[in-house]
Design a protein around this ligand. Structure first.
Ligand code: 9MR
Length: 728
């Protein structure tokens, strides 16, 4: 094997910097992931015209002939962190039949380069090594092997790619601002007011609250909470609930640390409950989103009405090899940062908005029932706006049902989405991908049954014909699910998320509860087999929702079931409150993908316990969970855009993509980021957060879809809890 080694330092390197001291740590830090290709291809990519695969432990790509620029055919890895003033050494082994360009550079204009070299490859493996000095600090550098311009096609293979350098350990170097963590939006004047403070002191510390003019308005001493495992912080707690004077611009001061400013308001959540719902309008498919409703920055043409370049959604065929029919599945909400529309999840999200409405109705919460609450075209049509918004999605869910006469009639297609994942940024009306219906699944069918049954119950009052359509669809879906109880969604993830689930006993039980609540048919009761457990609920685990439905409709269920459901809700809520109180930051949820929805969904269960008992402790716990979401956490981060000084603004979304294109907007106010997730399932998180404490595995970066995406089932949870927090 011939080995060529070359050491080259960027020509422009100022002489003064050549003597840079190597980092103090013994081993240089590795900056590329999976450079040995031992774990497959991820997170390496190749251009669309350059198919690649891992072959005998190397990444090999088919380089086409006849392209023009070096970057017309390439393989690479993104989201590599580089530090200004630090040297980086790139090393790799490669084979090929042409000259290629090797780059370490920023992946966006001005594409500042650290290494840019030409090498000539042969079919004998050669190892190369180059060093360059980074003049910029960024988390978005790219290593690329650019092989465009080849006169003949050939196979390029690379192996043992390594990029070392930098002094900040992988996953390190994060600063979260003030050590004093508050709800950066505001506290309720007569509610509990607590803060978490990061401090290693083992004795209590004095605190003071200053008003906007700097005058001290309250003082006290912290309580030492101690070591917090989820964040690995040593935490103190301050309680300033005694302060009740309405005002803005307060700060909490502990030693030299000053919190972000916060307000004391009588109704801090009055606007958030609207904004969290307005999120759904922004993400409607099949309707122009007009400036009069959302403002100029967020206005956009309708997406997916089969107007070129869109190839959906008015006559969508099944995936090749699937069904023979095509369906008009326009409308609904885009699921998240992608343009997929999924019945599993879509059903749960709309169910939660309908529960929000039924709670408002039952508890005389007039705001929650208002026609005119939101800025939507259906405003002032005599129907509460939350129902108008929910109906947009329900109409879509109904369209996803397999028509009578077709095989699997009555079931719901699991999902509809693009053939392949689209790039970023991309407005919905510019999506050029063909879209397909995916095979029906039992879980989707039962989501339709549950949401449809609830629709039927509610719309009896507003639109009888629509209520009847919902009921017929729900009952047909139920029968179809009984006939096909084990059609599980595949795990495939090309072009869309899987929402896969191989246990649907919980979906049967949830749908049975809804169908019984609507029809009174006792036949459904024997299918009601699930209960609320400490695991709570999610799109995958819907069993606990049966208890919430029973509790919402005590007169429609046998008394023993009602009493048992109420007892379980209280017991589970008690567990969440205890869990919340053992944390340094008041999160009643778990650190998983979409952890903020676990926070909000568990808060919904605690809130339901409050509604059942009137015990103030439950309400306080819900408000503390809001504090967590709005900044009282290990990152000093408000996960709700537009709320708080350090609010998320780069959520993963295809057109709220200001981070990628300054002409595009940031998310509108009220969009909930997925939040800390130690799973690190995206390359940005993998590059930048290795070793993170669970409560800190979060990045406000548009590329971090596993920590910073938005989703309808997360915002439905936020909308529910914000509405609760706004009522007494
Ligand atoms: O919320 C979903 C989470 O529970 C799963 O772990 C994850 C991976 O399957 O998918 C999440 O849902 C995503 C969906 O698959 C596609 N649209 C975006 C959703 C939010 O990230």
């Amino acid at each position: 094997m011939t080995t060529t080694r070359r050491l080259s330092v960027t020509a422009l390197l100022p002489l003064l910097l050549i003597g840079l001291a190597p980092p103090a740590h013994a081993q240089p830090y590795q900056r590329v992931l999976n450079g040995s290709f031992d774990t497959g291809k991820t997170p390496w990519w190749s251009s669309g015209n350059t198919p690649s695969r891992v072959e005998a432990g190397r990444l090999c790509a088919d380089i086409p002939a006849g392209t023009t620029n070096p970057w017309d055919a390439m393989i690479g890895q993104n989201e590599i962190p580089v530090e200004a003033g630090q040297p980086y050494t790139l090393r790799f082994t490669a084979t090929g039949k042409a000259s290629i360009r090797i780059n370490l550079q920023l992946n966006a204009p001005p594409h500042t380069g650290t290494i840019n070299k030409q090498v000539t490859l042969t079919e004998t493996p050669q190892t190369f090594e180059f060093t360059g000095l980074s003049t910029v600090a960024s988390r978005h550098a790219q290593v690329s092997f650019q092989a465009g311009g080849a006169t003949q096609s050939y196979t390029l293979c690379v192996d043992d790619v390594s990029l070392t350098g930098g002094v900040i350990p992988p996953g390190g170097g994060w600063h979260y601002g003030s050590a004093v963590r508050v709800n950066q939006h505001g506290y309720q004047t007569d509610g509990p007011k607590q803060a978490s403070i990061v401090d290693t002191a083992t004795q209590s510390l004095p605190w003071q609250v200053n008003n906007a003019t700097g005058a001290v308005v309250a003082t006290g001493r912290t309580r030492v909470h101690g070591q917090d495992p989820a964040s690995r912080d040593h935490v103190h707690l301050a309680d300033f609930s005694q302060l009740r004077a309405r005002g803005t611009g307060y700060t909490l001061v502990v030693g030299k640390e000053v919190s972000e400013p916060f307000d004391l308001l009588d109704r801090p959540y009055e606007q958030l409950r609207r904004d969290a719902l307005q999120y759904f309008f922004h993400n409607r498919s099949g309707l122009p989103i007009e400036a009069q409703h959302v403002g100029a920055a967020h206005a956009r043409p309708a997406g997916h009405l089969d107007i070129a370049p869109n190839k959906g959604d008015t006559a969508v065929p099944c995936l090749p090899g699937g069904c023979a029919h095509a369906l008009d599945v326009r409308g609904g909400w885009y699921d998240a940062g992608d343009h997929g529309k999924y019945v599993v999840n879509g059903g749960l999200a709309v169910w939660q908005l309908l529960d929000l409405y039924e709670r408002a109705r039952d508890r005389w919460d007039l705001t929650g029932q208002r026609d005119g609450l939101l800025r939507i075209p259906e405003q002032r049509n005599g129907v509460p706006d939350v129902l108008d918004e929910a109906r947009w999605q329900l109409e879509f869910l109904l369209r996803m049902q397999v028509p009578a006469g077709a095989p699997l009639a009555g079931m719901a297609h699991h999902k509809i989405h693009d053939l392949a994942w689209t790039g970023h940024p991309l407005l919905p009306h510019l999506d050029p991908q063909p879209r397909y219906l995916h095979p029906p699944s039992t879980a989707a069918t039962l989501n339709l049954a549950a949401a449809g049954a609830r629709c039927a119950r509610i719309w009896t009052r507003w639109d009888r014909a629509f209520a009847q359509r919902c009921q017929a669809a729900a009952e047909t879906a139920w029968q179809a699910a009984l006939r096909h109880p084990d059609r599980f969604a595949p795990r495939e993830t090309a072009g869309g998320g899987p929402y896969d689930d191989t246990d649907v006993r919980d979906e049967f039980s949830w749908a049975a509860a809804e169908l019984h609540a609507t029809t009174g048919d006792p036949g459904y009761l024997r299918h009601l087999t699930s209960t609320l457990t400490p695991a709570g609920f999610s799109w995958k685990d819907t069993g606990g929702l049966a208890d919430l439905t029973i509790a919402r409709h005590p007169l429609r269920f046998p008394l023993d079931r009602v009493l048992a459901a109420r007892q379980r809700i209280r017991t589970v809520a008690d567990g969440y409150v205890r869990h919340q109180q053992t944390q340094g930051y008041p999160n009643p949820g778990e650190y998983v993908w979409g952890s903020t929805s676990s926070t909000a969904n568990n808060a919904m269960i605690i809130a339901t316990a409050y509604d059942l008992t009137g015990r103030p402790g439950y309400r306080d716990a819900v408000l503390a969970a809001m504090d967590y979401l709005l900044g009282r956490n290990a990152l000093n981060q408000s996960f709700v855009s537009g709320y708080g000084e350090r609010a998320s603004r780069n959520q993963h979304h295809r057109h709220w993509a200001n981070q990628l294109d300054p002409k595009l907007p940031n998310p509108p106010a009220g969009a909930l980021a997925g939040g800390p997730n130690p799973g690190l399932q995206d390359p940005v998180a993998q590059q930048n957060l290795p070793g993170c404490a669970p409560a800190k595995c979060y990045l406000d970066d548009i590329g971090s879809f596993s920590t910073n995406e938005v989703a309808i089932n997360w915002n439905s949870a936020l909308a529910w809890v914000a509405a609760f927090a706004d009522t007494r």
